[in-house]
Design a protein around this ligand. Sequence first.
Ligand SMILES: O=C(O)c1cc(=O)[nH]c(=O)n1[C@@H]1O[C@H](COP(=O)(O)O)[C@@H](O)[C@H]1O
Length: 283
Amino acid sequence: MPDAPLRAGFGARLAEAVSRRGPLCVGIDPHPSLLHAWQLGESPQALERFAMTVVEALADRVALLKPQSAFFEAYGSAGIAVLEKVIAESQQAGALVLLDVKRGDIGSTMTAYAMAYLDERAPLAVDAITVSPYLGYGSLAPAIGLAEQNGRGVFVLARTSNPEGVGLQQSVHGSGDTVGQYIVDSAAESNLGKEPMGHVGVVAGATIPAGELDFSDLNGPILAPGLGAQGATVKDLKAVFGRALPHVLPTTSRDVLRHGPEVKSLRDTHTRLADDINHQLND
Ligand SMILES: O=C(O)c1cc(=O)[nH]c(=O)n1[C@@H]1O[C@H](COP(=O)(O)O)[C@@H](O)[C@H]1O
């Protein structure tokens, strides 16, 4: 018998967090260039100082923090230890943690990845992870299933913010829709009937052309990276996402992080951006 769910579904937990703290998701991307700009140099200690400063500044006020795993993995076990601390302290301060790992593998190996991030006993257990569907949406079933069982979530890459994604993701799938739309529609099937929304989100860049994807049946969250450093603006959100805007989690990393290392400056930047987003949403 499967264990009873440990907590409310991820869709409900996310909706509740967003209603209290707003939809802005901030990424923790400790780029080497940012470590230098913060005058920290490059070392596991610098990584920890950087990441924990962001946690101190923002984990008590954002709904969602998104550490980028690659920058932690680059330091081996020392970096993973920092990541564990980031996850624990962010959650303690009330933020949900979406670990950006973009995992995707064949079903049986996907089960191991799911256990690594979505099982209660895992040292790196988080509220949600990013996953890549390019071994087939069905190959993600172990992660989608375990996440649901444990009140956690997944965000499936549908139409990414980078220019290299266009050719593949706009090509026509066997269903007759584009690959990106097929992924959105597959996530919609996973979320069918869930209230207030399901636990399968999609990733769609704020940089994509207006109206390219139809999210009307998704019933799940939309992670929208690309604000700031990649060129998208808060104003673009309305045009790109239209009526799906209430489900959008605008996401940025460098555009906030470059304002460190002072905690106050990071907080002020967050407030400015969050206010701007709030105005767009309620205009
Ligand atoms: O899954 C993601 O978060 C993601 C998807 C996508 O389509 N584009 C994208 O930029 N990201 C991630 O979002 C972050 C963007 O960082 P900034 O460009 O500094 O805001 C990086 O960690 C990217 O890996």
